[in-house]
Design a protein around this ligand. Structure first.
Ligand code: TYM
Length: 338
């Protein structure tokens, strides 16, 4: 069997379920923009089929999908350079998702920590989709033969499952068809933590709005949340080593580093020795200067929902042009008559 070399192609997605957080921005969108601007082919999806694994109010889903698209564009994604679309407009995702649910093993899905976290004690009551969701995520990625997937730390296990599915499919059907995709988890903010609890991930589903910075927060709200962020009583260290056992301090330093495109080591060499009372206003100013222009642009774009819908429709056309032939070849490999 000759080994197929897949040309580099980036795919990633975000759920349009509620608002965007600083975690989504630093862990994902900011890095999506970086990859777009490296000249690699980039495809970024609003994964609405994933969002409905928990019930979504239809009006809010529509709004969140458009707002996510506005967030992508306001942060620097360009519909001429990247393919931007919402998942449900490309039917092949659901079809390949089904095929992969016949490739993935129960034991693999049983190990998914995100399902365990999300389902909690409520296992019997959650949707079947919430459980089988990683097979759909594998389909999202492999439908485009994507070679690289930029994500935050929390999605690593799902990308590893995607690799397992690709390898098993290739093995079972004696082909070298799907690439073994690389997760790209880079930068200083691959796991942004809650502002109220340094041991918990910053998340749109946290009941406390003070735990997160939303991409639509205004300047005063951002500054207020940073001022009230949980910290310890010590001064900041001068070296990264000194952040050990200080999760809240580490989180704020990593946010600062990521927003200013530098490393934690560099930040600490400047701010080491300072008290939080001095550092927090610096962080607030930086966050406001980077995030407010994005929030303003998102609000402006949201005034023109028809334009957003047109971008998504055009993006879906381009996505289908790549996805449909790959799905057709998959069906040929499986022995499906068409
Ligand atoms: P989602 O919608 O939960 O999050 C979208 C992206 O944001 C990252 N992220 C974070 N990064 C750092 N710190 C945080 N606190 C933080 N919170 C979220 C996530 O890691 C992710 O990169 N299953 C995915 C969506 C998905 C997908 C895909 C991703 C569906 N299909 C195919 C990549 C490729 C999810 O629920 O992400």
């Amino acid at each position: 069997m000759t080994e197929v070399v897949h040309t580099p192609r980036v795919f990633s997605g975000i759920q349009p379920s509620g608002g965007l957080t600083l975690g989504n921005y630093l862990g994902a969108i900011k890095r999506f923009v970086g990859m777009q601007n490296q000249g690699i082919e980039t495809i970024y999806c609003m994964v609405d089929l994933h969002a409905i694994t928990v019930w979504q109010d239809p009006e809010k889903l529509r709004h969140a999908t458009r707002e996510l698209c506005a967030g992508y564009i306001a942060a620097g994604l360009d519909a001429e350079k990247s393919i931007l679309f919402n998942q449900s407009q490309v039917a092949a995702h659901a079809e390949l998702g089904w095929i992969f649910s016949c490739v993935a093993r129960m034991g693999w899905l049983n190990r998914m920590t995100q399902f365990k976290d999300k389902a909690g004690k409520n296992r019997e009551k959650v949707s079947v989709g919430l459980y089988s969701y990683p097979t759909l995520m594998a389909a999202d990625i492999l439908l485009y033969h994507a070679t690289h997937v930029p994500v935050g730390e929390d999605q690593k296990q799902h990308v590893e499952l995607t690799r397992d599915i690709a390898a098993k499919f290739n093995h079972d059907y004696k082909v070298d068809f799907f690439p073994i995709t690389e997760p790209v988890i880079e930068g200083e903010a691959t796991r942004v933590m809650s502002l109220r609890d340094g041991s918990k991930k910053m998340s749109k589903s946290d009941p406390s709005d003070k735990s997160r910075i939303n991409m639509t927060d205004d300047a005063d709200t951002i500054a207020g949340k940073i001022r009230k962020a949980k910290t310890d009583a010590d001064a900041l260290p001068s070296e990264v080593e000194g952040l050990k056992g200080r999760p809240e301090a580490k989180n704020l330093i990593s946010i600062y580093a990521s927003l200013s495109d530098t490393t934690m080591a560099n930040v600490l060499s400047d701010v080491g020795g300072k008290q939080f009372s001095e550092f927090k206003p610096m962080l607030a100013d930086l966050a406001v200067s980077k995030l407010s222009p994005i929030a303003d642009e998102m609000a402006r774009l949201m005034q023109e929902p028809d334009e957003i819908d047109a971008i998504l429709r055009k993006g879906a056309d381009k996505a289908r042009a790549i996805a449909d032939p790959i799905l057709a070849q998959t069906k040929d490999i499986l022995g499906m008559v068409r």
